[in-house]
Design a protein around this ligand. Structure first.
Ligand code: AVJ
Length: 327
């Protein structure tokens, strides 16, 4: 019943490594220098992110968990109202700690669906696959390792059933706003009438609450960012000295952009694949955006990308919203 599509042949593996090298090199040539947060998730990155999710200050996961645990029936109704069989495709599934409650619920109702988690980390997908086989016996699951749209395409080649897309955890916040608009527009183009998307947005709130979620006292978020330098050393043979960089977090309550940087603590050179990159003392490397939204922001995003909002569910503190859009 279960299958994983991975970059199994050498050629694809080589392509993946090349893209990583090309992206890193291109990012370090920009002003300001930048790296892509999608590369955070190697085996250690997956572990660190799971640690982040259990930090007291990192409220996002608990908020959405509240929604998945206390409003499971509403979610199920939102995605399977007409009772036709569907593919439940989760973008950036990770360890699926929230959606597992929905899967359990749907399975108990004997709903006809196949779960298709998509993630850039093959490591977390195999962890997930093992866990789901144990906890939800008989679940029809096909894991897809790779980039969102490539794997969405693969998913449509595998079946022509109705699609329900889950894009949870404010993963959409890791895109620049322009990119998020384009992403939703592309997503809409790839769906048919009757398909549903459920997207989790972290809402704008008291600024220090947001800043603290990404600036934890234990330094896990700092390690999470620094781990990308370590990964570049390991996989691409660079020579970043990790303790020569410091994590710096900002939140702009006007735009809702929460951004993380690594600041070079010294004037230093880093070599990577025959190139030498110079870092001035105090020079920032832009690492990640975690965009925050107002309800109006989410409505605007739906409208501009051609989706209709069916309904939305918030957690009890109204810090996080899951919206249901139809194509
Ligand atoms: C992967 C989008 C859920 O931006 O909140 C957590 C990643 N980065 N702490 C987020 C992250 C730093 C996270 N998401």
């Amino acid at each position: 019943l279960s299958e994983t599509f991975t970059a199994q042949n050498k050629e694809t593996e080589q392509q993946t490594a090349n893209t990583f090298l090309e992206d890193v090199t291109a990012g370090l040539r920009q002003h300001p220098k930048q790296l892509q947060s999608k590369y955070f998730y190697d085996q250690r990155g997956d572990k660190l992110f799971q640690e982040i999710m259990s930090l007291p200050d990192y409220y996002l996961t608990r908020c959405e968990m509240d929604i998945f645990k206390s409003k499971t029936a509403e979610i199920a109704l939102g995605i399977s109202a007409d009772n036709t069989p569907f593919d439940l495709i989760e973008l950036g599934a990770g360890d699926a700690s929230k959606s597992i409650h929905l899967l359990q619920y749907l399975k108990n109702l004997d709903t006809d669906f196949r779960y298709m988690p998509i993630d850039i980390s093959g490591n977390i997908l195999s962890v997930l696959d093992e866990r789901l086989k144990k906890e939800i016996p008989g679940l029809d699951i096909v894991s897809l390792e790779g980039e969102y749209f490539q794997m969405l395409y693969k998913a449509s080649q595998l079946s022509s059933r109705r699609k329900v897309i889950l894009f949870l955890g404010s993963n959409i916040g890791n895109m620049e706003l322009e990119e998020a608009y384009r992403f939703c527009f592309e997503l809409r183009k790839n769906l048919n009438k009757g398909d549903v998307v459920m997207i989790g947005f972290d809402l704008k709130k008291e600024p220090n609450t947001i800043l603290n979620a990404y600036n934890d006292a234990e330094g896990v978020t700092a390690s999470f960012n620094l781990n990308l330098l370590e990964r570049i050393n390991k996989e691409l043979g660079a020579d970043f000295v990790l303790d020569q960089f410091e994590h710096y977090e900002t939140y702009d309550p006007v735009t809702g952009a929460c951004r993380s940087y690594l600041i070079s603590l010294a004037d230093q050179n880093v070599s990577l694949d025959g190139d030498v990159f110079h870092f001035a003392e105090n020079e920032p490397v832009y690492m990640e955006v975690s965009q925050k939204f107002s309800i109006e922001d989410t409505q605007k995003m739906a409208l501009q990308s051609g989706f209709k909002t069916v309904y939305s569910i918030m957690d009890s503190r109204e810090w996080f919203v899951d919206v249901f859009w139809t194509a």
